[in-house]
Design a protein around this ligand. Structure first.
Ligand code: URA
Length: 265
């Protein structure tokens, strides 16, 4: 009897099998604007007076919402931080968002997972990781006997959806960093897991490959930190799920060591 691909994956324990409806990280939408070039007039009327055309007004419409500098956030409590994030105009991502997505979960967590940025569904619902990648993240959490909202907080490197679900730019992550920094200071998690390259860039300022960064213990503000793959990547690369599982077990070991350093794990 021959098994279907799905049946084989189930047999191998590589489930759930999520199917992406659209790529999470499509190539940046590059808008090419051609400068309006006046056609030279081939047959100018004889004797026509020489007219010097007025320069055309610059074709750069003002953005709908002008970016403006961020007020300091390092003293804000949760409601104040949530309000400032909701009203943020510190980078151009504010122009196309439906809403800013601060984060979700236990405000006194053991675990802090940091992803990249909201996608289309997160932009609508106002909660991180509610799409297909989020379902995989929930399954990963369940395998650790934890769930969002219970000892876990989930945040992103940027709070507003990058258009077309592109990867956030370095400047956008830098503009949003004070919010994530404040979240970490308020949450005081016992372990931080960075999911994907954008989160690594935002927190560790490191752009090396994930393959070279994972499997090691890092620290942020004295908090142990590990690097793993982004769930959207895992949806497209099922074999690397096993490596992500190793990363979570490594993180859990660091968490337990931090909680009871004298016990062997
Ligand atoms: N991907 C992310 O990195 N974050 C989300 O919230 C959703 C998808």
């Amino acid at each position: 009897m021959s098994l279907s691909r799905e049946q084989m994956l189930v047999e191998m324990g590589i489930t759930p099998i999520w199917v992406l409806r659209e790529p999470e990280h499509s190539a940046p939408a590059v808008e090419v604007r051609e400068a309006a070039v006046a056609e030279p007039q081939a047959h100018a009327p004889e004797q026509a007076p020489a007219v010097v055309p007025e320069p055309a007004p610059a074709a750069t419409p003002a953005p709908a919402i002008a970016p403006r500098p961020m007020a300091p956030v390092d003293h804000l409590n949760w409601p104040e931080l949530a309000k400032q994030v909701a009203e943020c105009r510190a980078c151009p991502l504010c122009e196309q968002r439906k809403q800013a997505v601060l984060g979700v979960g236990d405000l006194n967590p053991d675990w802090l997972f940091i992803g990249e940025g909201p996608g289309a569904e997160e932009d609508v619902k106002g909660e991180p990781f509610v799409g297909q990648a989020g379902k995989l993240l929930d399954a990963m959490l369940a395998s650790l006997d934890i769930a969002r909202g219970n000892r876990v907080y989930i945040a992103n490197a940027v709070k507003c959806r990058p258009p077309g679900n592109r990867t956030p730019e370095a400047g956008e992550m830098a503009a949003c960093w004070p919010y994530l920094e404040r979240q970490i200071a308020l949450l005081k998690p016992k372990i931080i897991v960075l999911l994907g390259k954008a989160a690594v860039h935002a927190v560790l300022h490191d752009d090396k490959s994930l393959a070279s960064l994972r499997g090691k213990r890092y620290e942020y503000a004295g908090i142990p930190l590990v690097v793993s793959y982004h769930p959207a990547y895992l949806l497209r690369n099922l074999p690397d799920k096993a490596k992500a599982w190793e990363d979570l077990l490594f993180a859990r070991r660091l968490l337990r060591e931090a909680a009871a350093p004298e016990l062997p794990f």
